[in-house]
Design a binder for this molecule. Sequence first.
Ligand code: SF4
Ligand code: SF4
Length: 441
Amino acid sequence: MGLATFKGGIHPYEGKELSENKPVQVLEPKGELVYPMSQHIGAPAKPLVAVGDHVLAGQKIGEAGGFISANVIASVSGTVKKIEPRRMANGAMVPSIIVENDGEYKGIEGLGEDRDPSGLSKQEIRDIVKEAGIVGLGGAGFPTHVKLTPKDENAIEYILVNGAECEPYLTSDYRMMIEEPEKIVGGLKVILQLFDNAKGVIGIENNKPEAIAKLTEMVKDEPRITVCPLKTKYPQGGERSLIYAITGRKVNSSMLPADAGCIVDNIDTVIAIYMAVCKRTPLMRKIITVTGDAVTDPRNFNVKLGTNYQELIEAAGGFKTEPEKILSGGPMMGQALFDLDIPVSKTSSALTCFTKDQVAAMEPTPCIRCGKCVSVCPSKIIPVMMMEAALHNDCEKFEKLNGMECMECGSCTYVCPAKRPLTQAFKDMRRTVAANRRKKG
Ligand code: SF4
Ligand code: SF4
């Protein structure tokens, strides 16, 4: 039997060799820490501190502003210097708490202490995850306590851990799978405590044999957990692609994974759950890949939330060539940055820095009607026609073409010989259509 996968997709240049063999390095911040109150999907958090207050590492400094929202936790000890809008990677100015690091890393009482999860009730586990400010760390930013509270918990049959890491250049999940596999299995076991009818499956692309071997060995005596090797193909780690590859179940844009009996969490999210529940450590850090041909020493960092992006570049030896384009994230899903004065947030995953030569190869030209975009689309829609609708701002036509089923995976843009900015156009159209739907109620 072949490896688990989905239909469509592409095989982009992986670029993982730049950083995959370098162990994760802990990076302590040098400058002030910036904590935006909106690092997640849902209502912004509300500041719980005022200018002049002293805070401790692990202290809740922003309170979730509703059920679909997330707490914000201080990652250092120090003094609140300002509360003011600061720019995030997506360009938005977001109210943020700025903390001057005292360099002592003094933590709240009990921080880092062991806790046995076996005696905890389901509600206690959900409360701990909520208090810890955990959201989908793969980039989605959806509050994890909400995801772990589906309408019918008995209908959940699969907890899928997304270890595909199909985005080119990114290697942070890979490093965590080989460096800290016990935390992944520990976190998955905690999640399984919430869902009596579910089994856990860790899906890993087969370009990571060491990770597959390590986790397979680790779960050999776990009756509810297996490892599923996946075909290496982009976007294998897209939520819908992963669900289809492992379970054969289809999810569309009007469904949640829970409607198909699945909950999907990324590697770092599962580790964050383990840390919160078993080590009394709320979400205070991210594993970030700093990579690309413009970077002197590409590598992965374990970095405190709120640290400035500029410090990450410096820690990677700075630029060996003036970068032409810097992305927050990888080349397929990343967001172009115009400034490095941006804090590491819960949804940061990477800094990918391209040289002038690499960017020159991305300039768009007119469509030549080759149909390549159609053949790779995992959502089985027609990017070339959707682009026509997008160019005319024709929302009705875009919807008729099932444009809302687009996963914004970037595969069509990648294969397009004319380098048309298809995915960006679809992102904008999807946002417009969604806003129109909300207006109509
Ligand atoms: S149309 Fe959307 S889902 Fe299809 S390949 Fe393009 S970005 Fe991916
Ligand atoms: S891949 Fe690009 S050039 Fe080919 S049909 Fe699609 S949009 Fe046109």
